[in-house]
Write a protein that binds this ligand. Structure first.
Ligand SMILES: Nc1ncnc2c1ncn2[C@@H]1O[C@H](COP(=O)(O)OP(=O)(O)OP(=O)(O)O)[C@@H](O)[C@H]1O
Length: 351
């Protein structure tokens, strides 16, 4: 599964009304997901995490660029072939199982539906597969005739996971799979996902605001900023050895660190996704930014560690402690501002 120079541009909306402006939700994304790999996606609200997730599973067609499944361009396939490829190779688990499941269908019907649509096996084999799926996700048999409304939040998310696994996909994308659940069941669902991934050899893309959990769950972490992938890092390097100043700032600001530090101070809000800054998108908030950063988007640089790549003109030294960076950032004067101060509104406003 890979994306090459994928872009998604929307028409901006305000109060449900379409505007002339364009929202640059995803810009120039290059990403390859290896079989069996877990990739975490982090970044502030509105940076394009869900857009990236939807493009990866074929739910969202990119405005430009390529999405390849097993080496074939998804969006040049014939529609029936594309639907079959999307339906069988990928699956998505959404944030809120209450809205993702049809409330009028029983658990059995929900789990049979993808098997019926893709004509998997005989009716008896489909019934057997439903039983197998329920056991795989730890749902008691007695719940087969229950409706989603009769289940707990955790049980509903188990049904959503079972449904996602029905056709044995290669890639599962989980977009904030626990954020709508009670804190008490979050760990159970995360452990279930990890366990299933190991047992079934799935590739898993895990999108979350909870970046410490992302770090713990993932082999590789993708940092996004204003529609761009700015760093890809092995999960064990992302906290202390990230090279992009934004990744360091993001991780410095998370609760739950073993040795908490003050967050790296950033200047101002995230610029609007309708008018991203020229050059590096992070330069308007970065303590290291200069004229070079305003001039061109940095190319992709490789760190000495395999699988660690970043886009920055002035990367952080991998050996420099985040604690040092806090002082460095605090001591630096305000960086370059956006060309248009009116553009510096919160990204959320464009929704
Ligand atoms: N259908 C749409 N029409 C217009 N703008 C959109 C649409 N979908 C997303 N956007 C905008 O695209 C940008 C990226 O949105 P996206 O949902 O991918 O971000 P996100 O990082 O997943 O955010 P969050 O963490 O809040 O879910 C945002 O500015 C968002 O407002």
């Amino acid at each position: 599964m890979s994306l090459t120079d994928a872009h998604v541009v929307h028409k901006a909306r305000s109060g449900g009304v379409l505007k002339r402006d364009r929202v640059y939700a995803l810009t120039g994304a290059d990403l390859t997901i290896a079989p069996g790999e877990t990739v975490g996606v982090v970044g502030e609200s509105g940076c394009g995490k869900s857009t990236l997730a939807k493009v990866l599973v074929g739910v969202q067609r990119p405005t430009a660029g390529t999405v390849a499944f097993r080496g074939r361009d998804l969006w040049t396939m014939k529609p029936a072939e594309r639907r079959a490829a999307i339906g069988t190779h990928t699956a998505m688990i959404f944030q809120d199982p209450s809205t993702a499941l049809n409330r009028r269908l029983t658990v059995r019907q929900i789990l049979r539906d993808p098997l019926d649509v893709h004509r998997r096996g005989s009716p008896a084999q489909r019934e057997e597969r439903v039983r197998e799926l329920m056991s795989l996700v730890g749902l008691p048999k007695v719940l087969a005739d229950g409706l989603p409304g009769q289940l707990s939040g955790g049980q509903r998310q188990r049904v959503a996971i079972a449904r996602a696994l029905a056709l044995e996909p290669d890639l599962v994308v989980a977009d904030e799979p626990t954020s709508a659940l009670d804190v008490s069941v979050r760990a159970q669902i995360l452990n279930l996902l990890l366990d299933l991934k190991e047992r079934l050899g799935l590739a898993l893309v895990f999108v979350s605001h909870d970046i410490q959990t992302v770090r713990r769950m993932s082999d590789r972490v993708i940092t996004m900023y204003l529609g761009r992938i700015v760093e890809e890092s092995p999960a064990d390097e992302v906290l202390d050895a990230a090279r992009h100043p934004y990744t360091r700032a993001l991780f410095s600001a998370t609760p739950g660190l073993l040795a908490p530090i003050d967050p790296i101070p950033l200047v101002g809000p995230v610029p609007s996704a309708t008018r991203p800054p020229s050059g590096c998108p992070f330069r308007t908030r970065c303590w290291k930014a200069d004229d070079v950063c305003a001039g061109t988007m940095p190319g992709l640089a490789e760190s000495t560690t395999a699988g660690h790549r970043y886009r920055c003109h002035h990367p952080v030294d991998g050996a420099q402690s985040t604690h040092d960076l806090v002082h460095q950032a605090a001591a630096t004067a305000a960086p370059v501002t956006t060309e248009d101060p009116a553009a510096a509104t919160a990204v959320k406003e464009t929704r």
